[in-house]
Design a protein around this ligand. Structure first.
Ligand code: GAL
Length: 653
């Protein structure tokens, strides 16, 4: 028997008088809610003074939820230390790169390297675990919230130096890795090294990158301390922490995903309509890939759009479609921020499952309908049920490097390049996953490399071996340029990938104005002077130089795209490589091995290559889907797949 899906959201009962709680539970039952995350920002209500706990209210909330048959994802509230803590330990408040010590008044104002904060975090973790280890309600621990606060204080500086000593062993190695000979930055004593604080002009890019790695590692250490204590006190209860997605990546998700019991992500698309659907698929594929074949969870989404210059409601049906996009890719459910829209506080305008208008509202009716639909879909056994044909390389370190100082164009955008690769294939119905550059790649028919500026020697060898073995590699401009210390690989770009691509780039020519490439359309942002060194030109710049090249190596082929193409130009290059799907744009079909999800994101009725009985409505699906419609049907037959190319790769980096 498969478990039902999780459905619910962040529940913040401390914001409401107790009379509202009983109504909350009744409405949750009406909506089919099965799980709520409780207490994410409740530290000041749970420990109003050091070591003094007021658990009574939380006892009552958990009892009410348990009586209502609703599970609890119990939070450890370390993302928001109480005011008394900050007053007693001002050294634990975040310091920005400009040297400003932040004050209490928002959230996430802490330094993970401050000893007082580490101690206090473990104290509240222990208190919660001891209090609720035998309670009926908790089914999971939710540590912290969206780790992502870098601090530049003296505690952080000391920890950064310790981290650097571990990484480099000695100062000579560090001076070499950071190229400190430039601008006279040579360090002769560890004490001279600081985080990249505000400075006169451009900071050192290798220092900036190492600091981002350090921040990710130190936040992970903070998480792991709490996780280990929870595992000791409540063995068997999974521990997660919710990642913030896409536009802002503060941590190395491949690394983190090996440390959590369940990958969970928050997804807030910045686009609207079709763009939101594309971004949702991208986010869900990333989460599924980080989970490496294990189930994962959409921990937060919103019932409306919250990013961008103006907040707006999701259009009718979008709440369900976005949720199903995640479930189709292996999410154990669909969760929201938050259950009831707040009436005061910083996020009082953030939408909820119960909006300000109350349950007599379109949003709540859609929430109830979604709950009913999810009840009929058994939880997935995992994202590995999807056969991805293509991998897109994803590496936060490379992204951080491209966000570093002093690059030749401010318009090189790793996230945009990765999104474009995903979007173009999504529109054609090609199943995609993400892989780290050092993952085993032979399973994939093609591997796409968005502007992957930084690449290690090991990863470059991995890509070459993939092509030799018969793979199709499609590399976009500004890849393979730098080593892991952001040092340029000499002798011609794209350094580490020159040989496999069979080219040598002598010069970059960033573009101020678009140029037109025959057959491929406009080229923007970037161009290069490419010399062929074994490869052949597939498309040329107006001046005659190669723009897109192909190189046969061993049993495979390596393609290079030396400029930014628009979506249709990029799709045409992929079609040349043999990558073209047969999907209808806007109609998403996700095939798990034992069932198929079809979602129509368009406003017209569309044909879908799906037959059977819809698990949600019990009605037959006759190969057509109405505007905005969705169905889930059991797969007719288990697709025959070559096991070599049939799985999501385990996250074994
Ligand atoms: C998330 C966060 C939630 C809430 C939400 C609002 O990033 O985890 O606590 O702030 O955004 O959009």
């Amino acid at each position: 028997m498969r478990m039902p899906l999780w459905y619910g959201g962040d529940y913040n009962p401390e914001q409401w008088p107790e009379e509202v709680w009983a109504e909350d539970v009744a409405l949750m039952r009406r909506a089919g809610v099965t799980l709520v995350t409780v207490g994410v920002f409740s530290w000041s209500r749970l420990e109003p003074a050091e070591g003094r706990y007021t658990f009574g209210w939380l006892d009552r909330v958990l009892d009410l939820l348990a009586d209502g048959g609703i599970g609890v994802d119990l939070a450890v509230p370390t993302a928001s230390p109480p005011p008394w803590f900050s007053l007693a330990h001002p050294d634990a408040l975040t310091v920005t790169r400009d040297g400003v010590r932040l004050t209490h008044g928002s959230r996430d104002t802490y330094c993970v390297n401050a000893p007082a904060y580490r101690e206090a975090s473990l104290r509240i973790t222990r208190a919660l675990a001891e209090r609720y280890r035998d309670h009926r309600a908790p089914v999971m621990w939710h540590v912290h919230n969206e780790y992502g606060t870098p601090c530049h204080c003296d505690h952080a500086a000391a920890a950064f130096r310790a981290w650097l000593r571990r990484r480099y062993g000695g100062l000579d190695a560090l001076n070499d890795a950071w190229t400190t000979a430039f601008w006279g930055q040579h360090y002769s004593d560890w004490a001279q090294i600081t985080p990249p604080r505000a400075t006169q002009y451009l900071p050192n890019p290798a220092q900036a990158l190492d600091f981002r790695r350090f921040v990710s590692d130190e936040m992970l250490a903070h998480f792991a301390e709490q996780r280990d204590l929870l595992r000791e006190l409540t063995p068997g209860v999974p521990v997660t922490t919710n990642y913030v997605l896409a536009g802002w990546a503060c941590v190395d998700h491949w690394k983190w995903s090996r440390e959590v019991d369940l990958v969970s992500v928050d997804d807030y698309p910045s686009g609207r309509g079709m763009a939101a659907a594309e971004q949702t698929a991208f986010a869900a594929d990333l989460a599924r890939s980080w989970a490496g074949g294990r189930p994962w969870l959409l921990m937060e989404q919103a019932t409306g759009y919250v990013l961008g210059p103006r907040a707006s409601p999701k259009e009718p049906g979008e709440i369900a479609r976005h949720s199903l996009q995640h479930v189709a890719r292996g999410s154990k459910g669909a969760m929201f921020f938050q259950w009831r829209a707040s009436r005061g506080g910083a996020e009082q305008w953030h939408p909820g499952m119960v909006p300000h208008a109350g349950p007599d509202s379109r949003v709540f009716r859609e929430v109830c309908a979604l709950g009913e639909a999810l009840e009929r879909i058994p939880a997935s056994a995992g994202g590995s049920l999807i056969d991805a044909e293509v991998a897109i390389l994803w590496d936060e370190e490379a992204w951080w490097a491209v966000q570093g100082p002093g690059l030749p164009s401010a318009e090189i955008d790793y996230l945009a390049a990765a999104r474009q690769a995903h979007r173009v294939l999504w529109r054609q119905g090609v199943a995609v996953c993400f892989a780290h550059p050092s993952h085993d790649l032979p399973a994939y028919r093609a591997v796409l490399v968005p502007s992957l500026y930084l690449i290690s020697d090991e990863a470059a060898r991995n890509l070459a071996a993939y092509v030799e073995g018969g793979g199709t590699l499609v590399v976009s401009f500004f890849s393979g340029i730098a080593d892991e210390h952001t040092r340029i690989r000499l002798g011609g770009y794209p350094g580490a990938l020159r040989e496999v691509l069979g080219i040598r780039v002598e010069e970059f020519r960033p573009l101020a104005e678009p140029v037109e490439l025959p057959e491929l359309g406009p080229a923007t942002v970037w161009s290069e002077v490419v010399h062929l060194d074994g490869a052949e030109a597939v498309a040329r710049y107006p001046g005659g130089g190669p723009a897109v090249t192909r190189h046969r190596v061993g049993a495979g082929t390596a393609w290079y795209v030396s400029t930014r193409l628009d979506d249709s130009g990029y799709a045409r290059v992929l079609a040349h490589t043999g990558l073209a799907g047969s999907g209808t744009p806007g109609v998403e079909v996700v095939r798990q091995r034992d069932r198929v999800f079809a979602i129509n994101h368009t406003e017209d009725e569309q044909p879908v290559p799906v037959d059977g009985t819809d698990l949600i409505t019990g009605r037959p699906v006759d190969g057509r889907l109405g505007p905005g419609g969705y169905v889930v049907v059991p797969a007719q037959t288990r697709p025959a797949v070559d096991p070599r190319r049939s799985r999501d790769l385990p996250n074994h980096r």
